[in-house]
Design a binder for this molecule. Structure first.
Ligand SMILES: [Fe+2]
Length: 224
């Protein structure tokens, strides 16, 4: 059976018994408790990020799409439908941030990070040379990204690579398969790490990154 969505990402809608999609966009549940990532990500940081920022993007998207044809689409399709349209720039930005944040929450888990074995570990060693080289590339990409954005592990033409996107731009707008992402907007780390973006990303890679979901996304037959 073909999957409709990548693991760790929904269509952004409430479910209904008959699967109808004429519903407003919803804030998807966190895959863990707000304090579950402590001490590596505080409950205060996660709570503010989810309850204020992510919730705010969902509310803005609902207000912007209410009564329009976009309201009927999945979150992914709103992103792809509005990308590049100057009249729908704010709608795109809010939909993209909704998509990015759900993907981000599911890119983390308690006691995350590489375990030194497994298929994803082998793929990363094959494409980056070593886990250390991958970590350096990911951290450097975050450190050199000017302003706010996202750092992604993606698959492009059967090879894993690291890419960074500015502001709200999601990797689904690129011709790649996103498998993991780290939010490097300041709101993701300032309360815990102040201005130390590198320190936050290093913590993400070492203690939070959900390699199980990343591998499931890599192996999924669903469209990115
Ligand atoms: Fe964020």
């Amino acid at each position: 059976m073909e999957l409709s969505w990548l693991p760790g990402i929904s269509d952004g809608k409430t479910s209904s018994p008959k699967g109808r999609s004429r519903m407003t966009f919803v804030l998807p549940p966190l895959p863990f408790d707000r304090k579950a990532l402590e001490p590596h990500m505080s409950g205060l940081t996660l709570g503010c990020h989810y309850d204020e920022h992510h919730r705010g993007y969902v509310a803005a998207l609902n207000a912007l799409t209410r009564g329009t044809a976009l309201e009927k689409l999945s979150m992914r399709d709103v992103v792809l439908e509005t990308e590049g349209d100057p009249k729908l720039k704010t709608t795109f930005q809010n939909a993209a941030q909704c998509w990015n944040h759900e993907f981000f929450w599911n890119s983390m888990k308690p006691d995350g990070g590489p375990k030194g074995e497994g298929e994803l570990f082998e793929r990363i060693v094959a494409d980056f040379g070593s886990i250390d080289s991958f970590n350096l590339a990911f951290i450097e990409s975050a450190a050199t990204l000017f302003g706010s954005g996202w750092v992604w592990l993606v698959e492009e033409k059967q090879r894993l690579k690291v890419v960074a996107t500015n502001n709200a731009l999601p990797a689904i707008t690129l011709d790649v398969r996103p498998v993991m992402v780290c939010d490097v907007w300041e709101h993701a780390y300032y309360l815990d790490h102040h201005g130390d973006r590198k320190g936050f990303v290093k913590t993400f890679l070492t203690h939070l990154a959900n390699w199980d979901t990343a591998l499931a996304r890599l192996k999924s037959i669903a469209k990115p």
